[in-house]
Design a protein around this ligand. Sequence first.
Ligand code: BGC
Length: 352
Amino acid sequence: MIKQTLFGTMENGKAITQYTLSNSRGVSLDILNLGGVIRRWLIPTSEDTTTDIVLGYDTLEDYLHDDSSFGALVGRYANRIAKGQFTLEGVDYQTDINLGDHCLHGGSQGFSKQIWASSVLSDSENPSILLELRSEDGDQGFPGDIHVKVIYTLTEHNRLKIEYFASSSQSTVFNPTNHSYFNLNGHNKGTIKEHKIQILASQYTPIDNEGVPTGEIAVVDDTPFDFRPLTNIALPLSTTNEQIQFGNGLDHNLCLDYYSAESKVATYAAQAQTEDGGITLKVYTNMPGMQIFTANHLSNKKGKDGALYHARHGVCFETQFYADSPNKPAFPSTTLKSGEEFYSVTEYEVLF
Ligand code: BGC
């Protein structure tokens, strides 16, 4: 089922719609056409209680001022592009700079700040909405007119399927993701340090002290990044490892083992569990990387329902290409050529 409500009105009079997608198992999600934000994700945890497992805000104003991409679709290029510069087919490009000297999440007016055209695709068993955005050649400094579509579908199996489609009028780089911060105990329940996580990745991309990959693809063996066995997230966070210091916690790209450039199917990549194993989130994707981010910058941030968010109050599993790939020839290519159709899919499944 889908319910539509008015979430707020922009200064220019444009309405921001909130779509509530719910299934017969009692799961429901609130999604905004502003930034494609997943604002609330409720799961039934007992007869009469629900738990909201994502961080978010109460008001439109809060989303307009957000600098943490809570729940949002980010692009054109999720994560960093060093100095906002890259060369594509012999042409140099300079993008918007919004993180020190670098470009983060496609620039200051990236996808997360845009109002997407929105419509209901299916209102029945597996409720589904379509979000569409046109970004012009030169938007935030990126080349090519691009047409992006994202489909959110909530299945009866408690999976949220996110599909990304894009085409461009000329060669460009493209790397979209969703930036939800999960706390499986509840968005207002404090730290995620007791969560256990697994990520099927034998390699990761080390960063410099500004969070930009050095270009090395390193093995995770004997590092705090070996999440192949189910691992208590407090363990890596408490080490003095230089990489963890550089990220102020976990803010690193893991190279997913089961990635195959040709696959259009979401394959199991990662999971998170509450301490007692009562709630599990599983992540499936066809993308090559996953940025794990432990909300390292949050400090006294006013969230939904009176919550105050601090560092480590959420964890993101951002499925994406590796950061700064346009400048790192050894990383999987993010080039989207004219005439090509980009497709990627990520599914988040909640077991409770
Ligand atoms: C980045 C972080 C950044 C956060 C909020 C993450 O994807 O890796 O460094 O602070 O997004 O935008």
